[in-house]
Design a protein around this ligand. Sequence first.
Ligand code: SF4
Length: 385
Amino acid sequence: MLERAATGGRITPDEALLLYTDAPLHALGETADAVRKRRYPDDVATYIIDRNINYTNVCVTACKFCAFYRAPGHSEGWTHPQEEILRRCAEAVDLGATQIMLQGGHSPELGMEWYEQTFAAIKREQPTLTLHSLGASEVVHIARTSGLDFGTVIARLRDAGLDSFAGAGAEILVDRPRTAIAPLKEKGAVWLDVMETAHGLGMESTATFMMGTGETAAERIEHLRMIRDVQDRTGGFRSFIPWTYQPENNHLKGRTQATSLEYLRMVAVARLFFDNVNHLQGSWLTTGKDIGQLTLHFGADDLGSVMLEENVVSSAGARHRSNRTELIDLIRGAGRIPAQRDTLYRHLVVHRDPADDPVDARVHSHFSSTLTGRTLPLAQPAVAS
Ligand code: SF4
C-alpha cells in the first residue's frame, strides 16, 4: 500500500485506516514525505502572515468543546464595532499581513447586511488584504438569520469582497462524534453541501479537522473520506489542515487529546489519502513547535500562519506562540527552504539565504490571555521575538 501511495496510486478508506493504525511510523512518514516531494520537488515549505479577527463571541450554537463563546445576553458577550475591525485590519497590513481571517460566533444580531457592510468596508480601506474568512457554519447561520438560501448568502458574501472560505467549523464531520461535541451545529453533510455550493460559485476554501474529542480511528478516516469525495467533484479545497482539540475551559473538559504520534500519523495518512488536495498544513499552534516542525517530515508542505491575533483556540488552552523568525528557523531546521506565501499559496518571498532572513520583532503571534476578546496592543510584544 505504501509503495502504491508513494507512486501516486489512490488508497481506499479501508487501506487508510489500516495504515493509520498499523503502519510502522517511520515508513509511514517516509512515504508521506516522498509524496510531498513528488508534488513539491523544490523543497519549499511555506508560511503566511495573517490575523484572525474574532468579531463577536456571542453564539447560539453552544458547541461543547468551545471555550470562546458566550450565550446571547451574557454579561461577557461582546461584538466589535466596525471601526475596531477596520483598525485591526490596518494594524495587520502595517505588520505585513496579506490575509485576514474573520471568525466569530453565531450571533442572532448579525445578519446578511452586517457581513456585507463589514467586508465591503474592509475592501474599501484595505484593498490589498485577502479576506479568507467565515466558513460553512457561518453561511448556515446567516441563511437562517436572514431567511436566504446558501447559494444567495455565498454569492452576496463574494460580491461584498469575501475571497475564500476558511475550513473552520468542520470539526469532525461524522455524525456520531459531531453530535456528541456540537449537537446544535449543522450536520457534516450540510457543512459539505455548503462547501460544494461555494466551490460551484467560484469560492474556494480549505478543510480542517479537529481531532481528539473522543472519536474512533475509523471515524477519523471517515472524516477524510467525506472531504475527498466532495473534492473529487469540485476540486475547491486548497488545503487540508488537521489540528488537535484543546481541552480547557469548556464542557468536554477531561477528554483525552489526540497524542502527538496520532497527530503525526494523521498528517501522513492525509498526505497519502488526499491525492486530490494540493496542500497539507501542519499545526504548531495546538501541538507545539517541535511537532509542527516534525509534520514537515510527515507530508506537510506548510506551517500556516504567524497569527498576529488569535482568541478562539487559545481560550481553550493553546499557549504556543511563535514569530516570523522562528517559523523560518523551524522550516530551515527541517531541511526545507522557507517561503512566505499568500492565500493562493503563491510564494511572495523565498528565504534562500539565512543571512537575508527578516528580523522583525513586531511580527509575532499575539493571543488573547483572557476570554474577553481584548488583546494587548501589538506595539507591545507579548512574547520574546
Ligand atoms: S465553535 Fe463557533 S459555533 Fe461553536 S460555540 Fe464556539 S463560536 Fe459558536
